[in-house]
Design a protein around this ligand. Sequence first.
Ligand SMILES: N=c1c2ncn([C@@H]3O[C@H](COP(=O)(O)OP(=O)(O)OP(=O)(O)O)[C@@H](O)[C@H]3O)c2ncn1[C@@H]1O[C@H](COP(=O)(O)O)[C@@H](O)[C@H]1O
Length: 134
Amino acid sequence: MSDSLERLYLAVLAARDLDPATSRTARLFQRGPAKMAKKLAEEAIEVVIDAVHGDSDAVIRESADLLYNLTVLWASAGVRPEDVWREMARREDMLGIAEKLPKSPVKLPKVASPRVAARRPIVALEGRSARKRH
Ligand SMILES: N=c1c2ncn([C@@H]3O[C@H](COP(=O)(O)OP(=O)(O)OP(=O)(O)O)[C@@H](O)[C@H]3O)c2ncn1[C@@H]1O[C@H](COP(=O)(O)O)[C@@H](O)[C@H]1O
């Protein structure tokens, strides 16, 4: 998925300077961050409404529109996809990926790699209040 988003981000950057009369992306850049934010919010609401109605095909279509509008806003804000992937990796390292632990006690490897050792333990979701992400 990140490859698709990265290709889309590059296409958005390339379209920024096209003719707004023929390029939606160029038109969004011409109209500025407020318009971009409005379109992004509209798409998010469309995804929510379609999800609530159980229309998964519409959720797929609107999610593609949402991601398009998100990459436009990233470009406008000077954010690159790799900046977001880095933050997601940081959170994964810090918080671990909460997984359902097996019922029987599991033998953890004696020697963990420094990266694994630095990670917070994987926690079971049942019966624990979700930690607030920071
Ligand atoms: N990936 C997309 C993409 N996804 C969605 N959209 C546009 O976003 C719209 C979805 O928003 P809406 O549902 O609000 O559609 P709308 O009601 O017609 O829009 P408004 O009238 O509300 O502005 C779609 O109709 C598409 O026109 C996209 N427009 C462009 N791209 C890509 O962006 C790059 C640049 O394309 P241009 O902007 O055409 O130069 C290319 O790689 C394109 O494939």
